[in-house]
Design a protein around this ligand. Structure first.
Ligand SMILES: *Cc1c(COP(=O)(O)O)cnc(C)c1O
Length: 365
């Protein structure tokens, strides 16, 4: 008879640290309020209600607050995040802002690996949360560099692009979809015709789509993609290996590869929105409501307006929800700067004219 092999790695102090870290993250959620569902004004006779789910009111100012919370809980419960070892992330900025905050909450270091083109305001936000920024010239290298830094420092590469979809609780737990439906409960059209999302990791659209299927809704999921993104061609051609040569100009969305967290089979519809139309949409929203929103919100809003025009054309009434992903004050030197828009070779004027016509005629080609 052989003897029993028994290796015991039980570490009481690590378990205690994990328990305390999880408590701090849950306590943060417990003291946070839900985000608002705001009605966007449309002509009353259309009988179509358009809403923005305002994710800019999270404590770290974007929808990435939800993701960062989920990734930290997932990493802690998996035994991936350890005391005295930094967390490292490849990010276009917003995730890093939120992760720096949660790293600070549990007392671990945080390093963000980002493209040099990331807006200055976002870099300042990350540093204010106690994070460090590691900038790289080639945006397609952020993943390798983050992985390498994790090896060098003995830290944990969070890898949002792989884990966003699985770290998020898609069945409920007040995820973004469950929250939207709870807030629509007393509206005249409580089941929207469409929910529009944009994709960076793809996690938000995956969570929404799964939740809709799981709860038996008829609502469609439309993903609005910017120029130069691999998500649309990858979805259209059913090919996950598609790559693009150029990075997206709309921060937070549009990737040069089909990220592992993007779930094409769950997405009903996609639209490619010209970057100039994105800028026209966000400036138009500012003129109409006084609200400044980030670039990706403009991309989703343009798609939502087109869906609205389609419903009008078909004589249908109902509701549409799109996401306000982050606030415009993060991009004053980009989408709200005429100099930047000119340098980028973008001309929002014709799209702006189309939006003005849309509000008069209900048509948006
Ligand atoms: C990440 C991000 C998105 C897209 O969300 P995903 O869940 O990562 O697909 C949209 N807008 C902004 C500003 C983002 O940072």
């Amino acid at each position: 008879m052989g003897s029993t092999v028994d290796v015991n790695r039980y570490d009481a102090s690590h378990r205690e640290w994990v328990a305390e870290s999880v408590r701090r993250i849950k306590a943060e959620a417990n003291r946070s309020a839900d985000t608002n569902l705001i009605a966007v004004p449309l002509p009353a006779e259309w009988n179509i209600d358009l809403y923005l789910k305002d994710e800019s009111t999270h404590p770290t100012g974007s929808l990435k607050h939800r993701l960062a919370r989920s990734l930290f809980l997932y990493g802690l419960c998996n035994g991936w995040i350890r005391r005295d070892a930094p967390v490292i992330e490849a990010s276009s900025g917003s995730t890093a802002v939120s992760e720096a905050y949660f790293a600070g909450l549990i007392g671990v270091g945080f390093i963000a690996v980002m493209a040099e083109s990331t807006s200055r305001q976002k870099i300042e936000l990350i540093e204010r949360e106690g994070g460090t920024c590691h900038l790289v010239a080639d945006p397609s290298r952020v993943y390798d560099v983050a992985q390498q830094l994790a090896v060098e420092t003995g830290g944990h590469y969070m890898d949002q692009f792989t884990f966003a979809e699985r770290a998020t609780d898609w069945r409920g737990n007040n995820n973004i979809a469950e929250s939207i439906f709870a807030q629509l409960a007393l509206e005249r059209f409580p089941e929207p015709e469409w929910i529009v999302a944009t994709a960076g990791t793809g996690g938000t659209s995956a969570t929404i789509a799964r939740y809709l299927a799981y709860t038996g809704r008829r609502t469609g999921v439309c993903v609005a993609d910017p120029e130069n993104s691999a998500f649309f061609p990858g979805w259209q051609q059913r090919d996950r290996t598609v790559r693009t040569d150029t990075g997206s100009r709309i921060e937070g969305i549009g990737r040069q590869r089909v990220e592992p967290s993007f779930l094409p089979t769950a997405i009903d519809r996609m639209m490619v929105v010209p970057d100039a139309a994105t800028i026209a949409a966000l400036r138009h929203l500012e003129a109409a409501t006084g609200r400044r929103v980030g670039g990706s919100t403009g991309t989703g809003l343009w798609a939502a307006y087109r869906l609205c025009a389609e419903m009008l054309g078909a004589g249908r009434t109902g509701s549409i929800v799109t996401l306000l992903c982050d606030p415009g004050d993060r991009y004053l030197d980009k989408y709200y700067s005429d100099a930047w828009v000119d340098d980028a070779g973008l001309d929002p004027a014709p799209y702006r004219a189309r939006l003005d016509a849309f509000l008069r005629t209900g048509e948006l080609p």
